[in-house]
Design a binder for this molecule. Structure first.
Ligand SMILES: [Zn+2]
Length: 276
């Protein structure tokens, strides 16, 4: 319908409205406006579009977008280094290193049972992750599940010693398959911890995943903000074979969403999978 016809329809409508004494006539006018009325509504819709754009996007999707793999990386001396080492959403892997000498500033010792006695840096996690771990262990206990913390924070220095020892005794290829090159271990973020159970001798082995405790952990970790970081059969994406014991804190809102998505963290934070 042309603009002219629509205007004509509008004038007719206004005239009828002006003359009408009852609301019945008003509603009739809106109805009999026909396509003119529809066009009027379409114009009204267009006028509101600015307002519609101001509706806040899904906060989880926004967090994903801000932390996407593509926006949180820069090249330093030929190495891909993350720009957000302190973010709860930082993604560190064999291709994405922490800045040289990175050390979290808020490491604390969570009050949970460990598999060993005595002080050690691996008893530590960043504050937010440590509190979440305490809640996770409390939840497990309520369900009759006995867990043990085995290894949390790992400094650059200690990762370097572990890696160099593996290279020395078993060769470079083996070393890089079982241990991370210094700066690329997620344990250095202070957001990861290895968890096991006395039922499997507190071992960090695949059979933990088949134990009652390992199954509980996989199912409930997201409720407390953790994800099982290296799922079965996804080593092509994560760079690591299945590690049912290695959990990573990213916050409860995202952890639940990751679990629901079935994606690895690499896929979850890839711009190709983020739709704002
Ligand atoms: Zn681990």
């Amino acid at each position: 319908m042309s603009k002219h016809t629509w205007k004509k329809g509008l004038w007719t409508c206004l005239l009828v409205t002006a003359l009408a004494l009852s609301t019945a006539a008003l509603s009739g006018c809106q109805k009999t406006g026909g396509s003119g009325g529809e066009q009027g509504q379409a114009l009204k819709g267009a006028g509101n579009s600015d307002k519609e754009n101001q509706v806040p996007a899904d906060p989880v999707m926004l967090k994903r977008s801000e932390s996407s793999l593509q926006t949180t990386i820069k090249e330093v001396d030929g190495k891909e280094v993350v720009t957000n080492p302190e973010a709860m959403t930082v993604i560190v892997n064999k291709q994405r290193s922490l800045p040289d000498g990175y050390e979290p500033t808020d490491l604390v010792e969570p009050n949970v049972p460990f598999s060993f006695d005595g002080p050690h840096e691996k008893r530590h996690l960043r504050k937010e992750a440590a509190e979440a771990l305490e809640n996770l262990f409390a939840g497990a206990k309520e369900d009759g599940i006995e867990l043990r913390a085995v290894s949390g924070y790992r400094s650059y220095k200690r990762q370097k010693a572990i890696y160099e020892n593996n290279v020395r005794t078993k060769g470079e290829a083996y070393a890089s398959s079982v241990s991370a090159v210094p700066g690329t271990s997620e344990h250095q973020t202070g957001l990861s911890i290895d968890v096991s159970s006395p039922s499997v001798n507190n071992d960090l082995e695949e059979n933990f995943g088949d134990s009652r405790e390992g199954k509980w952990l996989a199912e409930h970790a997201p409720d407390y903000g953790f994800v099982v970081r290296y799922p079965k059969g996804r080593d092509d994406v994560t760079g690591y074979v299945y590690e049912p014991w290695h959990i990573r804190y990213i916050g409860a809102d995202l952890a639940k969403d990751v679990a629901q998505s079935g994606m690895t963290l690499e896929e979850y934070f890839d711009e190709a999978n983020i739709k704002l």
